[in-house]
Design a protein around this ligand. Structure first.
Ligand SMILES: Cc1cc2nc3c(=O)[nH]c(=O)nc-3n(C[C@H](O)[C@H](O)[C@H](O)COP(=O)(O)OP(=O)(O)OC[C@H]3O[C@@H](n4cnc5c(N)ncnc54)[C@H](O)[C@@H]3O)c2cc1C
Ligand code: HEM
Length: 402
């Protein structure tokens, strides 16, 4: 527990961090990468370029300060961080390096305002947070019987073009060993080594049920925008990986796998590539409890960008209580089928639920989409306790840092 001496300094830091958090973490990463350039291979440099990871770390530190007396709200944040960390092989020895650079950055940005007692208080708070993360990460490594940082070599045994921008890759371990099982909704961190010697990890949700003999990932190729470059890893995978090639990836991790009770309605709401963890869950339910009540809502830009149509059609043949509604932003008249495909944005308000208290909602998609869906689901009476979401990037923790 944080000492009484440090508590007032941490509490007083809340407005300071609100103002300077991003500047602090930006300085932190800059300085740390100068001293440890090899860390660039661990961090997602796409997120760094967009400022997302800086914001995420700032938010985590700030959320910690803002909720120092209310630590249970931090539990989901910590859970998400530790799963991400272990999928990347983060270990206890890394923490003092990060701590030293974080405190150094606080001093650099706050200048004279960073008094010795304030820095001491933050050193103590960082130490407590680090200890909590290290202990949970160690437990996850032990549970999975993993040497931290070890990767599995996979052979790509099948590739399928799911839609205009998405390819599925089926992976089998190169050494012929059995695959560790996983929970639907979990991801693997795929490592790609580039010709210039750099390595980049990206997370990809496993997109088929755990009963399969292979792991399947489904990767959306991120095209270049008007001023933004094309996605580094997704385009590399699309352009370079052929059947028979090798890919390296982590053990499955991730905490987007809420318990499903047989008498509940599972409402899956996805946008774009956010469909992948839903398909893993849907395929799993189709095998384990085909009677489950499932409402599957999906938003895609257009028919040609609608992925995993075959998985959904297959699930519909075995799940009598599955209803599927799709929304295309751009739609041709001939693409509508029996009222199950609609034009425009995904709509929640007209949803007919048997019993809101027995409905769990799983959400995954672009940030703006998820924020809207979250509010709309609360509006129709689903309680926050029954809302679960997966973020395909660093979680910016907006709900904890207001
Ligand atoms: C838990 C989790 C599960 C995921 N599951 C899936 C999945 O199932 N399928 C899937 O396809 N993806 C998934 N993702 C997303 C995936 O990990 C990658 O983020 C995605 O493939 C993009 O990576 P990339 O290397 O192609 O793009 P990056 O190179 O990382 O770029 C990402 C974005 O940043 C922009 N950018 C890069 N550099 C700059 C710059 N200098 N200035 C401005 N903008 C810049 C790019 O234009 C692009 O839009 C998941 C992510 C997480 C965290
Ligand atoms: C108390 C200390 C730490 C805190 C509070 C923290 C917090 C975070 C947060 C909030 C994320 C984003 C999680 C998400 O995806 O939503 C993250 C990711 C990450 N962290 Fe940490 N972290 C800490 C220590 C470390 C250490 C010691 C390392 C080792 C170098 C590290 C490396 C990483 C990496 C590589 C990622 C993924 C980055 C990305 O994909 O962009 N972290 N951390």
């Amino acid at each position: 527990m944080l000492s009484e001496a440090s508590r007032p300094y941490i509490t007083a830091s809340v407005p300071v961090l609100r103002e300077h958090g991003l500047a602090i973490t930006t300085a932190f990463y800059r300085n740390m990468f100068i001293e440890f350039p090899e860390f660039k291979n661990l961090f997602n440099m796409g997120n760094q370029a967009q400022g997302l990871q800086q914001q995420s770390l700032a938010s985590a530190v700030f959320a910690y300060a803002a909720n120092i007396d209310n630590t249970e709200v931090l539990a989901p944040v910590i859970s998400r961080i530790v799963h991400k960390h272990v999928s990347l092989g983060i270990v206890a020895e890394h923490y003092p390096i990060v701590g030293r650079h974080l405190l150094g950055a606080i001093k650099e940005i706050l200048g004279d305002a960073a008094t010795e007692p304030l820095i001491d208080a933050w050193a103590e708070a960082y130490g407590l947070l680090a200890d909590a993360l290290i202990a949970t990460e160690k437990a996850l490594y032990n549970q999975a019987e993993l040497v931290p940082g070890s990767l599995t070599k996979f052979k790509v045994v099948n590739i399928k073009q799911e839609s205009e921008l998405v390819k599925s890759f089926e992976l089998l371990p190169l050494n012929g060993e059995m695959l560790p099982t996983f929970k639907p909704g979990q991801y693997i961190s795929v490592a790609v080594d580039f010709d210039d010697g750099s390595r980049q990890f990206r997370q990809y949700s496993l997109s088929d049920s755990p009963s399969k003999s292979y792991y399947r990932i489904s990767v959306k190729r991120e095209p270049a925008g008007v001023i933004t470059p094309k996605g580094q890893v997704s385009n590399w995978l699309h352009q370079n990986i052929l059947v028979g090639d090798t890919l390296q990836a982590s053990h499955p991790f991730g905490d987007f796998n809420p318990e499903v009770e047989p008498d509940e309605t599972i409402l899956m709401v996805s946008g774009g590539i956010g469909i992948t963890p839903m398909i893993a869950t849907l395929n799993h339910l189709a095998e384990t409890n085909p009677e489950q009540n499932v409402i599957f809502l999906h938003a895609a830009n257009c028919k040609s960008q609608h992925s995993h149509v075959q998985d959904i059609e297959q699930a519909l043949t075995v799940m009598p209580n599955l209803t599927v509604t799709t929304f295309y932003k751009d739609i041709l008249v001939e693409d509508t089928n029996h009222g199950a495909v609609h034009q425009g944005e995904l709509q929640i308000k007209n949803l007919k639920l048997l019993d809101v208290t027995k409905t769990k909602a799983f959400i995954c998609g672009p940030d703006v989409f998820m924020k809207k869906v979250w509010v709309d689901l609360l509006d129709i009476g689903i309680t926050e306790r029954n809302l679960y979401r997966e973020v395909f990037g660093p979680d910016l923790l907006g709900n904890l840092t207001k």
